[in-house]
Structure formats: C-alpha cells, structure tokens
Write a new protein. Sequence first.
Length: 221
Amino acid sequence: MNKKIVFILSIIAISVLGGYYVWAVSPPGSVDPATGVVDSITGAAETTYTAPSVDFDTTYTCTLTITDDKGSRGFDDVDILVLSDSAPPTVDIRIFDSGDNDVTETKTWLKDDNYTVKFKAIDNKSGLDYYEYYIYQCEAGGTLCDEANPIDHTTGNYNGEIGTEVTKEHLMEAGKSPKKYNLEGSGTYKIHFLATDKVDQTADQYRWLSFDFSPPTIEIR
C-alpha cells in the first residue's frame, strides 16, 4: 500500500507585478499536447499537488515558470524523490530473564522471575510511526485468553526511524502474589505486538509465555 503524497509548492521572497505563475510537475500524468507540460498548475505563488501512488521509487521534478506583465519569464525547478513502500515493518518479540539471558526459544516453561519483554521493529522505507502491545492472561496452554480484559495495553509513537531497529521494553514481574503477573500455580500469557509505518502498513506478532510457579509434589512412602 502506498499513500498519495501531497507537495506544498511555494516561492520565498519574490514579487511579480501584474504577472502570473505556472507550476509543472512530472512524472506521472498525461502531457498537454498544446504546452508539453505534465500536470500543470496555474495560479498563486503557493499551491499544493497530490502525486498519485507509486509502485517504485519515483523522482518528481517541480518546475516553476513566472511571467511578468511584459511577457518576460523566469524558471526554477526542484527534484523530490518519493519512495515506494509496499512492505510493512519487520517486528519481533524477545523475552529476557533477570540475568539478561534470551529465553524466547530456549525455555518452554518459565519460573518465578522478573522478565523483560523487548518489542523490536524496523522499517526500511517510509519509517516507523506507531506501536501497540497487549498482554492477556490465558488458561494453561494458551488456548483460551481473556482478550476483553488485557493485563497490559500500551500504545506509543516512534520518531520516524528509517532502517534502524527500535526496541521498546516492558517489565513482567512474574510469580506468586503480590507480583503483578501471578497465576494459580501455572498458566499462560499471550503477548500481541503491532508496529505501523508512515504509510499505515502494520505488522504484528504473537508470543505465548507459560509459567510454572509451583514446585513438584513429592511423597516418600
């Protein structure tokens, strides 16, 4: 998906008495056979131009022609590169224990500890715009989760980073009460992370964390 781009075209510190302005933008568009101009805009010293969506990186050349009341003309132009962005961000959720060990894939069950959830995102074209994550409590195994009442729900904005991985962190203090993430002996939490880029493309990822806070039951007979 590619958003249409709006250009604001303006002139700084110039005056034309009794003259007029013509802006020409190319490509894309159809050429006027009478003037050879692509997408011309006649009028004020400041105007806007909405470029069509692009499927590949496209350079627009914006040319200004100023004609005074004597018929004399002046010209200037500027190139604007519009990047095509057809791919959403790349996202990843990683889980680290209190010793800063990545336990995302190495541990099937997690014990009583303080865990840092790291939400990673990168976008190589239009840049990162917005993120959101949810944490839900589920029954053991994660098949039934209370999505109507998330334990945590956080939203925030990025700073338009392009080509740089950005990490947001969330602390999960997991264990028996009074810790926030406390389950009756054992259970599962589902984490849902979403990241959106500057052209409103969203990527998301889920992870399920299963906890066991109770030791085995033993008996000697």
